[in-house]
Design a protein around this ligand. Structure first.
Ligand SMILES: Nc1ncnc2c1ncn2[C@@H]1O[C@H](COP(=O)(O)OP(=O)(O)OP(=O)(O)O)[C@@H](O)[C@H]1O
Ligand SMILES: [Mg+2]
Length: 244
């Protein structure tokens, strides 16, 4: 579904991604782990078109998307969530979902003034509202939701663009244990319809959910494989888990 070939990215003198190859298979949950500053968010920024790589290629569904603009990549079926919540607090929950839907429908946005189109968008938003467990809260301003519910809404907003591949950057950050548990349920539930690339520090979640794990350290891939293999990898334990 997604392949990175020899991707390099530097900021000034700092090499943030170094000769990175990565493969995400359709229908799987692939997780990216690694210490703070390893380059995980930068990897998402390069995939989603926020920054072009300095060299290398990003191929999505057999199309070279290297250096394309973010909204074109979204329209091609690739959506991302952000490490920091990215919702409009004064708009209602449903209005946030409607807006996200319209990103994908950009070509038609001038037509969205039509009542029938508005109803179609709203219908999709309602369905997502149930999916993310916020039924009954659609008319609240998004800003009054709990942190956990806002993160759910953010995942809902990525779903509203009808992606084939979803990039989730630390979806459980700042969540209480109960909120994390419901986020895990949601992600597990999504895997039947969308391929997921996940950045996550919560190791229990990563080990539970992932089909494959890629470990980054200082912009280099130091290991990849199924969770059992990563858990016993001596290099990973040393670098990431702080083993002697
Ligand atoms: N836009 C930017 N300009 C300059 N340096 C940047 C930029 N974005 C990231 N960096 C640097 O690149 C390195 C990797 O950052 P990145 O955010 O990708 O790490 P990360 O693995 O996501 O870390 P964390 O786990 O803390 O979220 C860091 O040293 C960071 O300071
Ligand atoms: Mg990050």
């Amino acid at each position: 579904m997604l392949e990175l070939q020899g991707v390099n990215k530097r900021f000034g003198g700092l090499e943030v991604l170094v000769d990175l190859d990565l493969l995400v298979r359709e229908g799987e949950i692939t997780s990216v782990i690694g210490p703070n500053g390893a380059g995980k968010t930068t990897l998402f920024n390069v995939i989603s078109g926020r920054f072009p790589p300095d060299s290398g290629r990003v191929v999505f569904q057999s199309r070279d998307i290297t250096g394309r603009k973010p909204h074109r990549i979204t329209m091609a079926g690739l959506a991302r969530s952000f490490q920091v919540t990215n919702i409009f607090g004064r708009l209602t929950v449903l209005e946030n979902l409607d807006l996200a839907s319209q990103t994908r429908d950009r070509k038609r946005s001038s037509l969205l003034a039509r009542a029938a189109d508005r109803r179609e968008v709203r219908g999709r938003s309602q369905a997502i509202l149930e999916r993310i467990g916020l039924t009954g809260r659609g008319d609240l301003p998004a800003g009054v939701l709990s942190h956990g519910d806002q993160r759910h809404l953010e995942i809902g907003m990525t779903l509203a663009t009808q992606p084939r591949l979803l990039l989730l950057d630390e979806p459980t950050s700042g969540m209480s244990p109960a909120e994390s548990a419901s986020a895990i349920d949601l992600i597990r539930d999504l895997r039947s319809e969308v391929t997921i690339l996940l950045i996550e520090h919560n190791m229990r979640l990563v080990m539970n959910l992932s089909d494959r794990i890629v470990v980054l350290d200082s912009g280099r891939k130091i290991a990849e494989g199924p969770p059992e293999q990563i858990a016993r990898d001596p290099g990973v334990r040393r670098v990431y888990l702080g083993d002697a």
